[in-house]
Structure formats: structure tokens, C-alpha cells
Design a binder for this molecule. Sequence first.
Ligand SMILES: *Cc1c(COP(=O)(O)O)cnc(C)c1O
Length: 360
Amino acid sequence: MSRPSRALIDVQALRRNYRLARELHGGRALAVLKANAYGHGAVACARALESAADGFAVAFLDEAIQLRHAGIGGPILVLEGCFTRAELVEAHAHHCWVAVHQEEQLSALEQAPSQIQGIHAWLKFDSGMRRAGFPLTQAKALAQRLQSCEAVSRMTLMTHFARADEPESQATTRQIAAFDSATAGISAERSLANSAGLLAWPAARRDWSRPGILLYGADPLPGNPSALSPVMTLESEVFAVRELEEGDALGYGAHYVAATRRRIGLVAIGYADGYPRTVPPGTPVMAGTHRAQIVGRVSMDMLTIDLTDFPSEGVGSKVELWGRNIPVNDVASAVGTIGYELLCHVQRVPRIYDNASATT
Ligand SMILES: *Cc1c(COP(=O)(O)O)cnc(C)c1O
């Protein structure tokens, strides 16, 4: 018998979220599968989306090659582009699209060996994030250089938003305006929006969107009553019950001391699985049909919940750490981070796909 902890992946929800993004955006959408599909399993997610998706995007070439080795055809954009000239040869061999965001990458294309042909290059501009990307002041000259490359057969212009998840901020409007005015007249397709851009900024909708987090059903906008469906349910079971007497201290560091008699459920999941150790006491979990709370410290392989008020729950009760009932964003905000990070950190537990044969 294996331990009862797993990440259930709702493949239909993933497909629904993708369709929703695509309908909302209007243009084509690259499903972003970097970081092992934000912890959901990149190969299985790619298979689940393959017939619907216009293409995929990953951060690094390794991630693209992993998908190719698993038999995924169709476009894959490498968002950080190639780090070396050898990688460009590899990217070409695996039919990947590549981002070009700095001089070394552009020179590598200009000086590429003649067998490298037909590259679809995504020229990335910094429109205000001050991270990766060429300055917009050089947009026309750079576009011309890229289009003159023998190796390049197609060019798309892209930029990335710093604050699209802040609907009140004017930063995104400024980024869009800066991008539009600097690239006006360049004949190429365009791609601006990540998930938050797609959801909150209709002005950012162009030929291609690049949704990531929204595919997995975690809305990046604060307090958004979202139509997205959560894809991952991280769950385990109560495997033992402890009665604590008044004054008993529970677990490492005697972090929790029972003020009255308590009935405590031990749950077979811990920080080694990606559940954050730093959750405050009182963080909600779903125990069977009841909303219960974490007490004491999260350990490497188990955590403890208070079942005093729920006598019907006990050994064998299912416990949802996040998913349909407990939004991952709620757990994330309790520990001062974002849903993205918690999802990416899920490990050790098997991923179970509801209607796909593929596993991790
Ligand atoms: C990660 C990434 C995305 C997806 O972002 P989400 O916020 O998850 O939608 C889109 N574009 C680029 C360039 C990225 O690095």
C-alpha cells in the first residue's frame, strides 16, 4: 500500500481554462508549460492540450526537448531563448521557436551556420519591466536586422508586463502605449499578454497570448471572482488520531499547546511534498466535508489538524490541502507568496490524471 498523498490533476479543467483564455483573448494562445507545467507535469499537460492548443511555451530549451522526446509536435516557444550557439543548433534540430532578447542571441542568428534555416524568432522588448528585453528605442533597427537573418523565416514581436495583476495601476497602459508607438509600422505579429494581461487588459490582446497560471486555475488577480477551474487538488488522508489533554504540547518545538482536550488528526503530507512549512496555525484544510484547521508545525512528512469539532472525521478521512475547496492562492497569501510558487514546488507525491493515461 502506498501512502495516500497525491496531486490529482483535472485534465478537463485544464482544457476548459485554455479554451476560456483563447475565447477571451480572441487570438491564438501559447499554453505556458514551464517549470513542469507549474508543478502539474509538463508532458501530461501538453498531451492533454495538444489537440486544442495553438502551441506551447517553456522557459528553457531543456524543457522543450523533454516535450519533443515525449512525442509532442507542434510549436514550442523557448521564452528565455538560447544561452549558447550550441543551443541554437539544438533548438533548430528540435523545431523550437526562440525568443531573442539580447545582442548575443541576435548575433548568433546573424552568424548561424547555413544549415540553420526557418527559425521563428520572437523579438522581445523591454517596455517598462527593466528585466529581459531590448530597448524599444532600437525596435525598428533590431527588427530589420532579425528579418535580414538567413536563419530566420518568421518574426513575432513580444513584450512582458510587470504589473498586469494590478488593475488599478497605469503601468500596463504605459507599457502597451510604449510598445505600440515604438513598433508601429513593423510588419509582424505581436504578443503581449500573460494571464493577468489577458484577463484584465483587453488592450493587450493581440495575435498571440501567453497564458500560464490561469491554465492551472489560479487567478492572478486579487479577489477576482474567477470563472477558472482549479486543476490541481493536493490531497492526503488522516492516518492516525491523537487525543491531547489540556496542557499537552504537540510536535516539534512544542509549538502548539492544547488549551483544552483536543482531537488531532495526523495527515500524511509535509513540507517535503511542497506544502509550505511556514503556514500559520489556523490555515484551513478540507477534512472530509469539513473545513478544519492546521495546528502545530508542519513536519517533513506529516502535518496535524484539529478534528475536535468534527467527530465524524477520523482515520481514512480525505484531506484537501488545496484545490476545489481551498484555493491555492489562499494558502499562498497566508505564507506571503503567490500560488505560482506553491504549485511549482509540489514534489514527491504522485500526480494522478483524471482521464489521461500519462503520469509525471
Ligand atoms: C511565465 C511567462 C508567461 C506566463 O505568465 P503567467 O503569469 O503564468 O500567465 C508569459 N510570458 C513570459 C515571457 C513568461 O516568462
